[in-house]
Design a binder for this molecule. Structure first.
Ligand code: TPP
Ligand code: SF4
Length: 277
């Protein structure tokens, strides 16, 4: 007699019981939907998935996914996720957050996660603003963006270029998605999760409340014309010419994945002994 077939998991099975509290129209809803669709496409067991985030509107995402999750500390999502992956290489570890979380306070961790190339998928929902704390400029904000008393004359500072910086820091997978293109984003997330190594997915995710002008992104995004390359020098040339609105896989290369050897953890007393002065 055949064993009863296990019913396939659907995207809704990966959604938690919590109702998102994002503003109506926030791009992060579409990112959540794409994450659950990608997990369903890959049929990953929920107990084999862990989502880690920092702090921000976008960093609420793990709470809405029915997997293991850790809503951590502002800017430290990648540090926590790297520790988790080191201890539990069997888990599929997804990391999520905003441009403030990942490129400002967490910028240092971003650089080193790229070059370390652990098998993590990092999803940054870039809305070019600090949404949760009411609209301060972030590293990806345009220098002339004026916002009330916070930046009455703009920042006057050049923008952080996420794909170019990821490439220079050694990331092995770089893609850009858009909340307004959920099918394309789902495909990119599937590829990112399957990629062995650090996969960076830069997602244009509009902030309805503080950047209503981002509605225009629908008209400005375009399919990546540059063609995916696995040659870092060629990718650098192409990414330098990127207008920030090109969607698709920008670069993917098989590079050595870093994973510390599985060690039997030392007892606390042994560790104390090592640090005794
Ligand atoms: C150490 C620390 N510094 C500052 C804050 C305040 N804070 C919370 S969220 C946030 C910025 C969030 O912006 P972003 O990461 O872009 O996410 P968004 O809310 O736009 O999704 C800041 C500055 C904090 N929680 N902890
Ligand atoms: S403030 Fe912006 S980023 Fe935060 S939930 Fe509202 S629309 Fe989304």
């Amino acid at each position: 007699m055949n064993a009863p077939a296990i019913p396939a998991l659907k995207a809704k099975d990966y959604k938690s019981d919590l109702k998102p509290i994002w503003c109506p129209g926030c791009g992060d809803f579409a990112v959540l939907s794409a994450v659950t669709k990608a997990l369903a496409y890959l049929q990953l067991a929920r107990e084999q998935v862990a989502m880690v985030s920092g702090i921000g509107c976008s960093s609420r995402l793990p709470a809405y996914v029915d997997s293991f999750g850790f809503h951590g500390v502002h800017g430290r999502a990648l540090a926590v996720a790297s520790g988790l992956k080191a201890a539990r290489p069997d888990l599929t570890v997804l990391v999520a957050g905003g441009d403030g979380d990942g490129f400002s306070i967490g910028g240092n961790h971003f650089l080193h996660a790229c070059r370390r190339n652990m098998d993590l998928t990092y999803i940054v929902m870039d809305n070019e603003v600090y949404g949760m704390t009411k609209g301060q400029a972030s590293p990806t904000t345009q220098p002339d963006w004026i916002h009330g008393k916070l930046t009455p004359r703009g920042t006057g500072v050049r923008r952080f270029q996420p794909p170019a910086i990821a490439l220079a820091a050694g990331a092995s997978f770089i893609a850009r998605g858009f909340a307004g293109d959920p099918s394309g984003l789902t495909r990119l997330l599937v590829e990112a999760i399957q990629h062995p190594g650090f996969a960076f997915v830069h997602v244009l995710s509009p902030c309805q409340t503080f950047r209503p002008e981002q509605k225009e992104w629908k008209q400005r995004v375009h399919a990546c014309r540059m063609g995916t390359t696995d040659n870092a020098a060629e990718a650098a040339r192409l990414i330098q010419a990127d207008d920030g609105m090109a969607l698709g896989l920008l670069y993917a290369e098989r590079l050595p994945v870093w994973q510390p050897p599985n060690q039997v953890s030392a007892g606390l007393s042994e560790i104390e002994e090592e640090f005794r002065v």
